[in-house]
Ligand binder design. Structure first.
Ligand code: MTE
Length: 300
């Protein structure tokens, strides 16, 4: 056998040391994942190295400002974010339009380091600042018949150049089931890295739902409506076979046009090789019970 082995590798084929070390660490994390049921905490220690401020604020999806990843940074400066108000309507006890400053007065802003997984199969780790959506919903009072929460982004074509045309029926709309909205992981984010939310990331206030594909995390919110009917979100309206209402991160249910089994970590440098996508983006322990008995391939 020995004579049949041919060494066709050169020194230039040797894995660079940092790459090799990263791979060992990834493998170690993988072993830990396989060895224990309590995966998120263990995986998080290695994985949850936040992306840089620069990465988080220069590679964006915010179609109100254009379709290129660099458009939001280039054009979102035109958006006036102060004053800002949010209207609460539908099945709420205290409907009305509230100044954001008043909404924030009694909120304690927390740091939340979350994985963020876009449906396009790239991901980041983002240190958000915000408060639980539940606190806000409790404040406005949810009527017993409410089953869903509908969110709407600002409609202001004069400042949001992408709204002057395009294929999207503006304003951008998203929705959650009430239990998803009330989950402690669901936050209204007002900043990143301890700084006010950059315009391109959804200033002055956006939703963050870390176990769902990024498009659920709607930006620059001006209306929150409690409903009995499941809201039709923007992407579902555009491509119902590709984007569902739930959009939970799920490596076992592929997008019709690409696999969701792996993801590319943005700005990872040598770490930018694809990594496995985690069920519910790594938050399975916290959220899986909400979907018990549901066919997640049907309710994608
Ligand atoms: N919200 C609005 N209003 N408009 C958008 O185009 N894009 C979504 C989501 N929220 C979007 C939006 C998509 S597709 C993603 S992946 C995330 O925002 C991107 O958030 P980020 O730019 O802060 O990373």
């Amino acid at each position: 056998m020995a004579g049949r082995w041919k060494n066709d590798l050169r020194w230039s084929d040797v894995t660079p040391l940092p790459d090799y070390m990263n791979r060992r660490q990834l493998l170690a994390a993988g072993t830990a994942l396989a060895a224990t049921a309590a995966t998120p905490a263990i995986a998080s220690r290695r994985e949850l190295e936040p992306n840089s401020f620069e990465e988080i604020t220069s590679y964006n999806n915010f179609y109100e400002f254009g379709w290129d990843k660099s458009d939001p940074k280039r054009y979102a400066g035109a958006l006036t974010t102060d004053p800002w108000a949010i209207t609460f309507d539908g099945l709420v006890e205290n409907p009305g339009t509230y100044d954001l400053a008043d909404i924030l007065k009694d909120k304690s802003i927390e740091d939340r380091l979350y994985r963020f997984r876009c449906v396009e199969a790239w991901s980041m780790v983002i240190p958000w600042n915000g408060f639980e959506l539940k606190d806000l919903l409790d404040q406005v009072g949810v009527q017993p018949s409410a089953k869903y929460v509908r969110f709407e982004t600002l409609l202001r074509p004069s400042e949001m150049r992408g709204q002057q045309g395009g294929s999207i029926d503006w304003p951008y709309v998203e929705g959650l089931r009430l239990d998803e909205a009330m989950n402690p992981l669901t936050i209204m984010a007002t900043g990143i890295y301890g700084m006010p939310m950059p315009n391109q990331n959804g200033a002055p206030i956006r939703l963050v739902v870390p176990w769902k594909y990024g498009f659920k995390s709607i930006k620059s919110i001006v209306r929150i409506t409690l409903t009995e009917e499941q809201p039709l979100n923007t992407w579902q309206a555009l491509q119902p076979r590709e984007y569902g209402f739930y959009s939970n991160v799920n490596p076992n249910v592929d997008h019709p046009r690409w696999s969701q089994a792996t993801e590319r970590r943005v700005g990872g440098g040598l770490l930018a090789r694809r990594q496995p996508t985690l069920m519910f983006n790594g938050y399975e322990e916290e959220v899986a019970a909400m979907y018990a008995g549901m066919d997640l391939a049907k309710y994608y």
